[in-house]
Design a protein around this ligand. Structure first.
Ligand code: ZN
Length: 387
């Protein structure tokens, strides 16, 4: 079938709708679970809804590549495939809004433009570039790999513009800037500035490459001064991490970039090459997990140094507001909240909850469908396995 501009545009619009419906349907059990848990303790509500948030992210990652590869199988051509990937990504992100709103009614539909700011969604950039990649690492292939590296460098060196988007960043009030400067000096941390974010949920984060701290706008309202200072002390500890750890964080956060080479590697080395790529993708993040938790505990000790109770109550408020569980089935980059509280000498007023899952069944099925689609398409492109 020959695709023209009209059929490409219709397929792109269709994929936006399909991906939207996909994410709403996949996360619907989470919204229903949350409605049923009304009146339960926040830690139980968080345990119920958290796996569905994981699923929302998985759909946003895998629905675009699955639909893009389906378009490819229908001979859509590079323009058609890339438009399907971008629109499916926008649809899947918009489809995650209802569950976000169920958790936090302040998270509004007016954030819709974020779904179309493709350069901020690194996996989508990766899928689109990877699918347009030639089958061998020629000049065009090397140029595209360099483009990806330049994009990674830009998002790390200018995270406010590239990662958050200027319109989502607000200047911090002068009082907060002065307190942050004082805490940075006390902590002997390299510090270039503090900013408020409209999109950081109920969180604060350190950007060690650019030596900046970003605090969610909502935290300034929800935390008192002592609590916010304790969180700033925690972030300042991240800013003074050794360079090798900062590099490790950047490599692990962008390790999926090696997937960009899937087509040329498959063309040159076959399945063995793909196995090596998968290892290069997965090993850095697996290796970094334990190390990241060690640095997190160190940052907690520094954060709690001046006022442990203020630090503990800030962590509790942030988790309660965003419904992030107190215990997960496996810790990620952070230790469990319950253990962090106890480590600062604070006894929670609720029993240790059952661990929350990180993904629900529709998420696991979506990831499996995406993986299968990639394997089948690679086989088809290179005539392996008779597909
Ligand atoms: Zn931290």
């Amino acid at each position: 079938m020959a695709w023209n501009t009209t059929s490409s545009a219709s397929a792109a619009a269709g994929s936006l709708l399909v991906a939207f419906g996909w994410n709403v349907a996949a996360t619907w059990p989470g919204m229903r679970g949350l409605r049923r848990a009304v009146g339960a303790h926040w830690s139980e509500q968080a345990r119920v809804v958290f796996p569905h948030l994981g699923t929302a992210s998985i759909v946003a990652i895998y629905a675009p590549v699955t639909l893009g590869l389906a378009a490819h199988a229908l001979d859509a051509g590079t323009f058609g495939v890339v438009s399907v990937i971008l629109m499916a990504s926008a649809g899947a992100i918009l489809g995650s809004f209802p569950i976000s709103r169920a958790i936090d009614p302040a998270s509004s539909w007016s954030r819709w433009p974020v779904a179309f700011q493709f350069w901020r969604h690194q996996v989508v950039v990766l899928w689109a570039l990877g699918m347009a990649m030639p089958s061998e690492l020629n000049v065009v292939g090397c140029g595209m790999a360099l483009l990806w590296l330049a994009w990674v460098a830009a998002t790390n060196l200018a995270p406010l513009r590239m990662g958050f988007g200027r319109s989502n960043i607000l200047p911090a009030p002068p009082g907060l800037v002065a307190r942050a400067r004082r805490i940075a000096e006390e902590s002997n941390a390299p510090f270039r500035g503090i900013h408020l974010s409209r999109t950081a949920g109920h969180n604060a984060l350190a950007l060690p490459v650019s030596s900046e701290v970003v605090v969610a706008e909502s935290l300034v309202r929800e935390l008192d001064e002592a609590e916010l200072d304790a969180i700033l002390r925690h972030e300042m500890d991240h800013l003074r991490e050794p360079t090798w750890m900062t590099l490790g964080r950047v490599v692990s956060a962008n390790a999926h970039g090696v997937l960009l080479l899937a087509k040329p590697v498959m063309g040159t080395f076959g399945h063995a090459g793909i196995g090596a790529l998968m290892l290069a993708w997965l090993l850095p993040s697996m290796g970094l997990g334990r190390l990241a938790r060690k640095f997190e505990s160190k940052a907690d000790a520094h954060g709690a140094g001046a006022d442990p109770m203020a630090f503990a109550s800030a962590l509790l408020k942030m988790h309660r507001k965003a419904l992030v569980p107190a215990v997960l089935e496996r810790p990620g980059t952070h230790p469990h909240l319950y253990d962090r509280l106890i480590a600062c000498g604070f006894t929670p007023d609720f029993p240790r909850p059952k661990p929350a899952n990180v993904m629900s069944l529709p998420g696991a099925l979506t990831a499996a469908a995406g993986g299968l689609m990639v394997a089948v398409s690679l086989g088809r492109w290179f005539g392996v396995g008779g597909l």
